[in-house]
Design a protein around this ligand. Structure first.
Ligand SMILES: Cc1cc2nc3c(=O)[nH]c(=O)nc-3n(C[C@H](O)[C@H](O)[C@H](O)COP(=O)(O)OP(=O)(O)OC[C@H]3O[C@@H](n4cnc5c(N)ncnc54)[C@H](O)[C@@H]3O)c2cc1C
Length: 324
């Protein structure tokens, strides 16, 4: 039976959401292609992660070693190249994260395997793989096919698939004996936390997102106060970053981050496709004075009005509701 491998990603004692996103996509591909879905877990003392992953994969392949405690691309590659040669999965999915961007190209070069990076979708029919990638800053979705190969490697962009653990499987946990050979070119030193004040908009449940319609940096407190009254995180469109009204880490879109909050409140944002491509929210609410603004095409609720009138009213309403 052919196999699809998903490389589990973990950091500082927790599995990262991208792992579940890849497992959900991997499960869909495995069920259509009749393949076995295998979560590959490299680390040290991994029992609890292996148990969690067994609910999302047919099998969990665990390699434990002290050298695998923290991510190190050289050591990971050393183990993975031998696992891929031994088990020959038709497809291996790796997150398009800092970790996957470092690992996948070098692994593909060593294995002589075709690689497609930063894919927003992937399909497998028999041994024919197609991947969808964005080109020209997100204006075009290109479907990429590969020369036939026995094994393929794909990195998937975060936020493109549901991250909820499907918890439908009861996979076997198998410890694999592929200890890393000692390497000394790269060494893990420490994780550096993002600067104080930096935000992770990808993890927020509620985002108050501000666009160029805010007009000037001196008007930013208006949206900051609304965000704080809602307990929301502040995000923005690209011009807001270009004008240095907010740091780059707050930018949503193809050249920023993909977000998946429960609620996305877009204030003074036109809704350019490069922006909305990064919004995978359950509910989008838009405030814009132009009834023809493209944001209303994707919004679940819309208020046509001047944000300088609407936002203070909204903030007062929220404050009053919290006080009652
Ligand atoms: C390669 C490339 C990558 C890009 N990547 C990104 C990206 O990652 N993220 C991103 O956001 N953009 C990105 N862009 C830019 C994108 O094309 C748009 O230019 C941008 O999203 C527009 O931002 P905006 O909606 O804030 O501003 P605008 O397009 O200027 O829209 C402002 C909106 O505010 C409304 N408005 C104005 N005043 C008020 C008011 N008083 N009350 C209510 N509404 C008001 C207007 O009606 C308008 O709809 C990219 C572009 C390129 C070429």
């Amino acid at each position: 039976m052919s196999q699809i491998f998903v490389l589990a990603e973990h950091r500082k004692g927790s599995l990262r959401e991208i792992t579940w996103e890849m497992l959900n996509k991997g499960a869909e591909l495995a069920s259509r292609s009749g393949s076995e879905l295998v979560a590959v877990l490299l680390g040290n003392r991994m029992d609890s992660f292996a148990g969690e992953l067994a609910h999302g994969a047919d099998r969990v392949l665990v390699v434990e070693d002290e050298q695998l405690e923290n991510y190190n691309s050289e050591i990971y590659q050393n183990v993975l190249s031998r696992l891929l040669s031994e088990y020959e999965p038709v497809l291996t999915l790796i997150g398009h994260t800092a970790f996957g961007m470092d690992l996948a190209p070098s692994l593909a070069a060593e294995m002589g395997m075709p690689l497609s990076t930063d894919c927003i979708d992937v399909d497998l029919e028999g041994d024919k793989l197609t991947a969808t990638r964005q080109m020209y800053g997100g204006k075009v979705n290109a479907e990429v096919s590969f020369a036939p190969a026995k094994q393929y490697l794909v990195t998937l962009r975060s936020g493109m698939f549901p991250a909820e653990a499907a918890a439908t499987k009861d996979g076997k946990i198998e410890k694999s004996d592929f200890p890393p050979s000692a390497t000394d070119r790269k060494k893990f030193i420490e994780y550096l936390e993002a600067a104080i004040g930096a935000v992770d908009i990808t993890q927020a449940d509620v985002l108050v997102s501000v666009g160029q319609g805010i007009g000037d940096i001196k008007n930013m407190p208006l949206v900051e106060e609304l965000a704080s009254s809602l307990g929301a995180t502040l995000s923005c469109s690209r011009p807001v970053v270009d004008r240095k009204w907010l740091p780059k880490g707050h930018q949503v879109g193809t050249s920023g981050k993909t977000v998946k909050p429960k609620v996305y409140l877009a204030i003074g944002i036109s809704g350019a496709f490069q922006h909305v491509a990064g919004v995978k929210a359950s509910t989008i609410i838009a405030i814009n004075k132009d009834p023809k603004a493209p944001i209303f095409r994707v919004a679940d609720y819309g208020i046509v009005g001047d944000l300088f009138q609407v936002v203070p009213l909204l903030k007062d309403k929220v404050t009053a509701l919290k006080g009652s």
